[in-house]
Design a protein around this ligand. Structure first.
Ligand code: HEM
Length: 353
């Protein structure tokens, strides 16, 4: 693979990416003209740069407003979301969002812990009964939808189209994809309405909305990609015979993007003020060292707030799968076309005794 000639927009979903990132240590930071980004593939550098205060994750509300005027479209839900998602906010506003979200997640952790066992049992038993299962659409997406209906205290788990809402993070998203995100975020907001009728202050809407947007696709993509890898690597063994690691082996949250607020030299290159960086988390997850599992959840001011929830659920799923004495084989696998997430669209399994 010729490093400098690669397509860095889809590297994170290439079938040979594990080999690429395993060799990644010591790869130079390069500028890729096609995506107009500095490419950082080495895991240690990714973590170092995430902690660097000269790099920020700028808000996109102004850009969305420009799109509205240029194309004569209405994007009120995207603009509302841009104002409450911590990942695309900085400074005092970002700190306040993080505090409210940590508080909300802390409040719900006990409830989620109590519900997780039954939820996993109900959604994953299908793998013990059927001879063919499409893991994303039939198991994981409904499971994740229900996790978030518990978290947001909404009664119904609205079905969701994976990756629609998170197009808000994709700088290469087409206008059609952004319009789909506008609809998806509007659906989440409508689903939250009963909360406010029950007395939860409306000011909390942003907290629940941001948790849903950030958490659902991250969880779905990571669970889907990790289970697919473990099953593919287990060469026909029973689900009960697979060794489930403490952290998911794959991350669906493949990319972080940041912009330089000032010019500075780094590893033999110079990032100029306004330059964008594309940081590959797979450089972290496929790297070596005991800390890599925790670091798949990021580092620095934007590190993941859903880590404990995600790991609790991963542990519960691993426990359930370890009780299923059936061999699973992947007969169809495809990724979504996505520039930020490694999000499987289809993982079709055949299951045998
Ligand atoms: C296994 C699943 C997950 C993985 C691998 C993951 C990974 C990450 C990573 C790498 C970041 C930092 C991104 C960056 O710096 O650009 C992040 C941020 C975030 N994650 Fe997760 N995440 C997962 C699940 C969740 C869940 C379930 C929730 C919520 C319930 C959540 C909430 C958040 C929030 C709120 C942030 C932004 C924090 C901030 O900007 O201050 N994540 N996640």
């Amino acid at each position: 693979m010729h490093y400098r000639a690669m397509n860095f927009l889809n590297l994170h979903t290439r079938s040979d990416r594990a080999a690429f990132f395993a060799e990644g240590k010591g790869r130079p930071v390069v500028f890729d003209k096609a995506c107009q980004r500095w490419i950082v593939a080495d895991g240690a550098q990714v973590i170092e740069l995430l902690k660097d205060s000269r790099l920020i994750s700028p808000n996109i509300a102004a850009g969305l407003d420009r799109l509205q005027r240029r194309f004569g479209v209405q994007l009120p839900n995207l603009i509302f979301a841009a104002g409450c998602i911590p990942l695309i906010n900085e400074g005092a506003a970002h700190g306040e969002m993080r505090r409210s979200m940590s508080h909300c997640l802390g409040d719900h952790r006990k409830r989620m812990e109590a519900a997780a066992g039954e939820l996993v049992e109900r959604h994953f038993s299908i793998l013990d009964g059927r001879s063919e299962v499409e893991l994303i659409g039939e198991t994981l997406a409904p499971f994740v939808a229900e996790v978030f209906s518990i978290l947001t205290q909404t009664d119904e788990a609205p079905a969701f189209v994976p990756q629609d809402a998170t197009r808000i993070f994709d700088h290469w998203a087409s206008l059609n994809a952004l319009l789909a995100a506008e609809v998806a975020i509007g659906t989440i907001r409508r689903g939250l309405e009963p909360l406010f009728r029950r007395g939860i202050p409306r000011e909390q809407e942003g907290v629940y909305l941001a948790l849903t947007i950030l958490g659902r696709d991250s969880l779905l993509a990571t669970l889907g990609d990790s289970l697919a890898t473990l099953i593919a690597d287990s060469a026909g063994r029973c689900l009960s015979e697979i060794e489930y690691p403490a952290h998911p082996p794959e991350t669906g949250v493949a990319i972080a993007e940041r912009q330089a607020t000032e010019s500075f030299a780094y590893d033999g290159v110079t990032f100029r003020k306004g330059d964008w960086l594309r940081l590959y988390f797979q450089g972290v997850t496929y790297g070596h060292g005991a800390a890599k599992g925790a670091l798949m959840f990021g580092a620095g001011p934007h590190a993941c707030l859903g880590r404990h929830l995600a790991l609790d659920l991963w542990g519960a799923i691993a426990g359930k799968l370890a009780s299923i004495h059936r061999r699973a084989e992947i007969v169809e696998f495809a990724y979504c076309d996505n520039h930020v997430f490694a999000m499987p669209r289809t993982v079709r399994l055949e299951l045998h005794r």
